[in-house]
Design a protein around this ligand. Structure first.
Ligand SMILES: [Zn+2]
Length: 113
C-alpha cells in the first residue's frame, strides 16, 4: 500500500498518509488546519528498503535531524534496534502499535509542532 506525502497549501504543513483506497484520498484533509487544498509530493526518499534493511543500516549513535523523525518509517526504529541488540523479542503487539503510529503520523507529531 502506498504511503503518500502531502503538502497543505493553506498552512504549509507536510504530512504522510497511507492511501488504502482512492476514496480515502478524495476525502483527505490537512491534519493541521483541515484544509483541502493539498498537493501530493513526489517522495523524496525511495521506498525500496525493507524494514530489515532499514534496521540493519540504522545507527543508533548517529545524529538525527528533523527529517529523520518526519519519516514515519523511522518511528520505533531505535527501540527495535536496541531490542535486537539485546536479543529481546518485542512481540507482535509492539509491531501493531508501530504500524498505528506510522499510519497516523499527524497524531504523533502534534505535540512537537
Ligand atoms: Zn493545513
Amino acid at each position: 500500500m502506498p504511503i503518500y506525502e502531502y503538502l497543505c497549501q493553506e498552512c504549509g504543513k507536510e504530512f504522510q498518509y497511507l492511501v488504502l483506497k482512492k476514496e480515502d484520498e478524495d476525502a483527505l484533509a490537512c491534519p493541521g488546519c483541515k484544509g483541502r487544498t493539498l498537493k501530493r509530493l513526489v517522495s523524496r526518499v525511495a521506498y525500496h528498503a525493507s524494514d530489515q534493511d532499514r534496521l540493519a543500516a540504522f545507527d543508533p549513535n548517529a545524529p538525527r535531524d528533523d527529517a529523520f523523525y518526519k519519516d514515519t518509517r523511522n518511528i520505533g526504529l531505535h527501540a527495535k534496534k536496541r531490542a535486537q541488540q539485546m536479543g529481546v523479542d518485542l512481540g507482535s503487539g509492539f509491531e501493531a502499535k508501530l504500524d498505528r503510529l506510522r499510519t497516523d503520523p499527524g497524531k504523533v507529531f502534534d505535540d512537537t509542532e
